[in-house]
Design a protein around this ligand. Structure first.
Ligand code: SIN
Ligand code: MN
Length: 173
């Protein structure tokens, strides 16, 4: 919460100019941003211009225990899904090394998560990510297409004002 006061949620715009339904912020040396200049990692918050707050220690420990990576994450993307927010099917491919996994923690309302293969045309399946679930995209699944189909609004009371928070740890560079 202190970190979100320093780095408030903002609503990214796709490179095509459409506002996303998800609100975002970030922690760590780099934050993921999207605007008319494209998708990229940036050392400062796009609204405040300040460096991002540091990554919470508990998340760094989770990364050490679960990722199998030898390097620490340099980005923790924080996604806030209020009722009705979603995220289209995509791959995480703005990072330098796809051998390093992507690890995320779901908090608050359950998400209906869609997971496919490396090719966009691969068959997809859906699973539910509930509060406390950890999702690791590693190995062959590192470049799997994934997205959030919908949020089961009211399924948790954890997030003030309702909704889901997803914390995604990545090594951008
Ligand atoms: C993402 O792909 O950036 C977020 C995935 C999620 O919210 O579970
Ligand atoms: Mn993603």
């Amino acid at each position: 919460m202190e970190r979100v006061a320093l780095a408030p949620f903002f609503r990214p715009v796709t490179p095509g100019g459409r506002p996303m339904s998800v609100e975002m912020t970030g922690f760590g040396p780099l934050g993921w941003v999207s605007d008319a200049d494209g998708y990229r990692y940036k050392a400062t918050h796009p609204v405040t211009g300040a460096p991002w707050p540091d990554i919470p220690q508990a998340l760094l420990e989770l990364w050490t225990e679960e990722s199998g990576a030898e390097v620490p994450p340099d980005c923790c993307l924080v996604n806030l899904y209020r009722a009705g927010a979603r995220m289209g099917l995509h791959q995480d491919r703005d990072e330098a090394d796809f051998a390093i996994p992507v690890l995320s923690v779901s908090l608050g309302d359950t998400a209906v998560f869609r997971l496919g293969g490396t090719a966009r045309s691969d068959r997809t399946g859906s699973l539910r990510l509930a509060s406390g679930d950890v999702c690791l995209l590693a190995g062959q699944a590192r470049l799997a297409h994934h997205g959030v189909e919908r949020i089961l609004s009211g399924s948790s009371r954890l997030v003030p004002g309702g909704g889901r928070i997803n914390l995604t740890l990545r090594r951008a560079r």
